[in-house]
Design a protein around this ligand. Structure first.
Ligand code: FAD
Length: 468
């Protein structure tokens, strides 16, 4: 199967195509560089051209045309994915969803929206319409698209209350276009949602989403400091379990994160201070202060509704989730991170175990409270001082041996970034929706190499060379 890029490009030339080499390079890249491992494998990747559909009919035409000419299609929202999800492994067409950004309708508790809508704009629309907001968003709220979040993300700000995207109820309906000789348009609900959510656009392109909404608040941002890490983590855990206090975020940062990497917070803490970041519903601030008064190990250093800091820190969620890593990398480019699941009921013990396993600051704890199957636990986005790939693998192995599940952010395939095995639901849908394997190629190991044993990193480009 040899792609005929020129024929596809010519057939699509009446659409909005981007062909300037500099822009092609820009729109071929996501945040893969977060990982030193992915950086060394993906830096050279580039699409042949970028197509920007204006509506679902354009998406159908792009997929049909590229199918006819065997041209791969990798879809892109804002390119903030940091697993290399939107990197075009085999070149071809990058389909950029920027024009498909319409909020179609808002009703009590739900919104229907096109995938290219930036989450910040979606929130602004829902708030102006009827005082509502999305339940959860990635900390890239200001730039990421809602389609990219659903296809490439997992949860984030709001997950302390609502769980993660994969939990029932957090996605209501997805409309998807397949890549066949004659693309089909399918509406998925219920069990079918897991076919394409967090599937990196490998088995269908989302053209419309229906999502749940919650009442919008002017959330009060709070920062607390403590000399005692366990007290800080316990505080976040207990607060997230305090049923009457509504939270959107509860993050814990081990020292010296705040002092070393959070420039605007640094003047207010020392390198011995651990930090807790919170978003609290304003009507619950009084109850929160009562909760805090019972725990003198924590000191409030900032609240957004009453602040005398000369330089305001900005939204507290932009210190949390993957923004912690971003801020650390900006100060120390040798930093990278892990994505760990500290599941209930052992989460507190596991975290202590990991702190004891890396006493010299090679791994610094960063925790995000998250509801997992109704139980509050922690997602760990630990900062790691990177030395070699071998040592990174060892650090991951130490976590796994202790019972902490790692979603490896240094791999670009769905399997390796997940639970190391094929998702049969997604794979069987790919067989019918993308029979030529042209959608975001290289991201599903089981598609290319069903016999893969996961003992080493899957490297799509090299593997194809080895097989050839
Ligand atoms: P992109 O990066 O453009 O795409 C993501 C994936 O979705 C790609 O595989 C792409 O092919 C696919 N895709 C995009 N649009 C469609 C579509 N219409 N149909 C089918 N497939 C599609 N992630 C979290 O889950 N939570 C966080 O809190 C979080 N914080 C982050 C912070 C930083 C600083 C960074 C760099 C990343 C963070 N991420 C987080 C990862 C990423 O930002 C989120 O997943 C984000 O929501 C992706 O949106 P995007 O528009 O940038 O998608």
């Amino acid at each position: 199967m040899t792609p005929n890029v020129e024929a596809a490009r010519a057939a699509l030339s009446h659409l909005d195509l981007i062909e300037k080499p500099k822009l092609i390079r820009t729109y071929s890249r996501d945040c893969f560089w977060y990982s030193p491992v992915l950086k060394s494998r993906m830096d050279h990747l580039e699409a042949d051209f970028i197509a920007c559909p204006r509506n679902e009919a354009d998406v159908i035409e792009i997929l049909r045309t590229c199918y006819t000419h065997d041209v791969p299609v990798t879809t892109r929202g804002a390119g903030t994915g940091n697993y290399g999800q939107a990197m075009p492994m085999r070149g071809g067409c990058v389909m950029h969803m920027r024009h498909m950004n319409l909020v179609k309708s808002v009703a009590p508790g739900r919104v229907i929206v096109e995938p290219g809508c930036v989450i910040k704009d979606l929130d602004a629309h829902c708030k102006a319409h009827s005082g509502q907001e999305v339940r959860m968003f990635s900390s890239t709220w200001a730039s990421a698209t809602i389609g990219g979040f659903i296809a490439g993300g997992s949860g984030g700000v709001g997950s302390v209350t609502w769980g993660s995207l994969r939990d029932l109820g957090n996605i209501l309906r997805l409309r998807v276009v397949t890549m066949e000789a004659e693309p089909r348009v399918l509406d998925f609900t219920g069990e079918e949602l897991s076919r394409v959510s967090h599937a990196y656009g490998t088995n269908g392109i989302i053209t419309e989403l229906e999502l749940p909404l919650a009442p919008a608040y002017e959330w009060t941002d709070v920062l607390l400091s403590s000399r005692d890490f366990t007290a800080a983590a316990t505080f976040a855990d207990e607060l997230a379990n305090e049923d009457g206090i509504l939270l959107k975020l509860a993050s814990v940062y081990e020292a010296p994160t705040a002092h070393a990497y959070f420039n605007r917070v640094a003047p207010h803490v020392t390198d011995k201070d651990h930090l807790v970041g919170l978003m609290i519903a304003p009507h619950n601030m009084d109850s929160f202060l009562t909760f805090l008064a019972r725990r003198p190990a924590l000191k409030m250093i900032y609240r957004s509704d009453d602040c005398d800091w000369q330089k305001k820190p900005g939204p507290v969620f932009e210190f949390g989730w993957n923004h912690t890593t971003l801020r650390a990398i900006k100060v120390d480019p040798s930093i990278t991170y892990l994505q760990v699941r500290y599941g209930y009921p052992d989460h507190m013990n596991l975290i202590e175990k990991m702190r004891r396993a890396f006493p010299a600051g090679e791994v610094i704890q960063h925790l995000e409270s998250i509801r997992m199957e109704g139980k509050v636990a922690f997602a760990g986005l630990s900062l790691v001082k990177f030395t070699t790939e071998e040592r990174l693998d060892e650090i991951i192995a130490i976590h796994e041996a202790a019972g902490a599940l790692v979603f490896n952010p240094h791999r670009y395939t769905l399997e390796e970034g997940g639970r190391q095995h094929a998702d049969d639901t997604q794979l069987s849908f790919k067989r019918e929706a993308d029979p030529k394997g042209l959608l975001n190629p290289g991201k599903v190991i089981t598609w290319d190499r069903p016999d893969w044993d996961y003992s080493r990193m899957y490297d799509f480009a090299n593997d194809r060379r080895e097989q050839a």
